[in-house]
Design a protein around this ligand. Structure first.
Ligand code: AMP
Ligand code: MN
Ligand code: MN
Length: 327
């Protein structure tokens, strides 16, 4: 028996979702703004699965995917302009409509049926058909089950994309969402020939020297107070660092501090708004804090974007975090 057929109970896509996908000729797949490995891995894997079903999928994301993911097959196919006549919209790894960015404002996309495939506990059920599995470690885990339900064989390229989503959202199998089932799926994906060590290195470890410099500048600002470790990533810190915006991975790194239950990085955006990235130790719930500020995420990893200036935003958000820690 192959590992794939010996898999424990999958997350089951709703029949309605399968019908809509089967009926579509040219679906538009959208990954969330500021995309991560799960958003892009799920987008490319789902795109290939639908292609294998004889469809002509369009893959879109408002923001340019991180260069660190350019090793993924068909990375260059992702567009930020939709010119094609699409007939179905599939949102991936996105907990609310704003996460689809300006892709959703183009042409007649808003008038098309919308299918949402996501694993965020804070999902607002913004689709006409919503498949949400908060226990899934990554949207990529759900796309694995989608392939099974659609009876599409997972090849090495699809497996590479799914492994990227799983490896990044579990931070290398270190989150509590990393179940024995996840490891069985990973094993099955490796059986297709996908190269897990290389994927993990490229998706988790490889970073530009500029990003490391930005980490350095942001780390120089850390404060630790009432169990929260906090750092700033300001516009000024980045003037000489090209197009770099986010201090990717920094919040997780800061949570290594044993003096903190919660880590937060405040990023000043070009429009003066402030992006907040939260990470927390087990037992905390930063998704609730993020949600209160219009964002979302998971209990232990969440985010939101609030109005600036930085000092005022920091004060407001930290007050909420302290309050959440006292509970
Ligand atoms: P990040 O800190 O950007 O890696 O995000 C951590 C988690 O929170 C991910 O699951 C994101 O999808 C989610 N998240 C981050 N920002 C937002 C937001 N503004 N709205 C909803 N979810 C978010
Ligand atoms: Mn994501
Ligand atoms: Mn995800």
């Amino acid at each position: 028996m192959s590992l794939l057929s010996a898999m424990p109970a999958p997350f089951s896509p709703p029949a309605d979702l399968l019908d809509r996908v089967r009926m579509s000729r040219r679906p538009l797949l959208i990954a969330h703004i500021s995309p991560d490995g799960d958003a892009i891995g799920s987008l490319l894997a789902a795109g290939s699965i639908l292609y294998h079903l004889g469809k002509d999928p369009v893959l879109a994301c408002q923001d340019t995917p991180p260069a660190s993911l350019s090793f993924l097959p068909r990375y260059d196919r992702i567009t930020n302009q939709v010119h094609e006549e699409v007939d179905l919209v599939i949102a991936l790894d996105s907990s609310d409509r704003e996460r689809l960015g300006n892709i959703y404002d183009q042409g007649r996309i808003r008038s098309l049926p919308l299918v949402v495939i996501d694993h965020h506990i804070t999902n607002t059920l913004f689709g006409d058909c919503n498949w949400i599995e908060p226990r899934a470690c990554a949207t990529a885990e759900m796309i694995f089950d989608l392939a099974q339900a659609l009876e599409v064989t997972i090849d090495t390229q699809i497996a590479t994309c799914l492994l990227t989503g799983i490896v990044t959202d579990t931070r290398g199998f270190r989150t509590s969402s990393t179940t024995p089932r996840v490891m069985r799926i990973v094993s099955a994906l490796m059986e297709t020939g996908a190269d897990l060590p290389t994927i993990a290195d490229l998706a988790l470890e490889a970073r530009s020297t500029e990003l490391i410099q930005l980490w350095g500048r942001a780390i120089a600002t850390i404060t630790v107070h009432q169990g929260v470790i906090s750092a700033d990533n300001t516009l000024e810190m980045r003037v000489d660092l090209g197009r770099l915006i986010r201090a990717e991975g920094l919040a997780s790194f800061l949570l290594g501090s044993r003096d903190a239950q919660i880590a937060v990085v405040f990023t000043e955006l070009p429009d003066q708004r402030i992006e907040c990235s939260f990470r927390a130790q087990p037992g905390q719930d930063v998704a609730a804090v993020a949600y209160a500020f219009g964002g979302g995420g998971h209990a232990l990893a969440a985010g939101c974007t609030v109005d600036g200036p930085l000092e005022a935003a920091r004060e407001r958000v930290l007050a909420r975090l302290y309050e959440s820690l006292r509970r």
